[in-house]
Write a protein that binds this ligand. Structure first.
Ligand code: ATP
Length: 309
């Protein structure tokens, strides 16, 4: 497996307290990695460490298989980023801002600027100064600036913030296009699951500085599909049968109810199996939990965070 970004037990303390705690994350080349977590979880801090804007307290980072040290900077040429609130030259136009950025990055292909402005939907505003831009326009320009030098990796901290629904859809489509056509690897953070679940290949869930889960969307969907709630006459016997015979993950919820996960059998097969072994099945329900519910439960199970939204 080719990982383009890896961290190993990455930790950052502020005032002696961990804000990022022993995070080991693995981002595959060419994927969209959705970095989820409530406000204050530490997403921005971790992204800043990847960009060498914040020095880790301990742990390692490697990008394109190169260890990142305090003095590393050449690797940044291959990374486009948008962190927190983008700052621009307010008296200049979008095009002029991108020109300045290309000059700074040593990127020569100036013709590309017009194409990027088209891609991010900022065409026909040649005369407008950035100080006259709406929040959505600024966000689009920030994404344009992040991609203008054709980076291999894009690191975007909540890039969908401040966009209207059409803008959100356009940014999603843009990121998928960048992945497919330009083979970019994209790390995108969000505190709203639904914003990125349709485009992410892998999800990393950060809470209170800890990476609670790192899972491919494919595995996550399989895991979700297979959640069944059953009311049976003998929960202990049913649990044993399903675990031993179907390798299922079974939780006893109360005297009559089971939650069954990761069982790759039809509900009818499970029911028949139990009945054949003298366990009555009174009710069966397939649970369709949204991804949002799944993460909120995961987070709330651990501490008092309200929710992602
Ligand atoms: P948000 O979505 O609200 O931006 P986040 O997940 O990006 O949240 P961070 O901005 O990384 O979270 O902040 C994580 C924690 O680290 C917060 O409690 C924040 O107050 C703290 N923190 C961040 N930067 C500093 C700093 N320079 N000094 C002290 N504490 C900091």
């Amino acid at each position: 497996m080719n990982y383009i970004i890896q961290t190993h037990q990455l930790t950052k303390h502020y005032a002696g307290k961990p804000v990022i705690n022993q995070v080991s994350m693995n981002i595959k080349e060419g994927e969209i990695y959705g970095f989820l977590g409530p406000n204050g979880a530490g997403k921005t801090t971790l992204m800043k460490m990847l960009l060498n804007l914040v020095k880790p307290t301990s742990g390692d980072i490697s990008i394109q298989e190169q260890p990142i040290m305090a003095s590393s900077y050449t690797y940044l040429k291959d990374i486009g980023s948008l962190i927190e609130y983008p700052i621009f030259y307010e008296e200049l136009t979008a095009q002029e801002n991108l020109k300045m950025h290309c000059a700074y990055m040593g990127y020569k292909d100036q013709n590309h600027i017009k194409k990027v402005l088209d891609i991010v939907g900022l065409q026909q505003i040649e005369r407008k100064k950035v100080k006259e831009f709406s929040l959505g326009m600024r966000q689009r320009l920030a994404i344009g600036r992040a991609i203008v030098a054709k980076p291999k990796v894009l690191i975007l901290d909540e890039p969908i913030n401040g966009l209207d629904p059409i803008g959100i859809k356009e940014v999603r489509e843009l990121l998928v296009m960048l992945k497919q056509q330009y083979k970019m690897t994209i790390l995108i953070s969000s505190h709203i699951v639904s914003e990125i679940e349709s485009i992410a290949d892998t999800i990393g869930v950060l809470n209170d500085g800890e990476l609670m889960e790192e899972i491919s969307m494919h595995s996550l969907r399989t895991k979700q599909q297979a959640t069944i709630e059953m009311v049976v006459s003998d929960t202990k016997k049913a649990k044993r049968l399903l675990e031993e015979d179907f390798n299922a993950n079974v939780q006893i919820m109360d005297a009559r109810t089971l939650i069954i996960q990761q069982v790759h059998k039809k509900t009818s097969t499970i029911t028949k199996h139990l009945i054949m072994h003298d366990v009555d099945v009174d009710e069966v329900e397939t649970l369709h939990q949204s991804l949002e519910d799944y993460f909120v439960k995961m987070i709330n199970g651990r501490d008092q965070y309200d929710s992602f939204n």
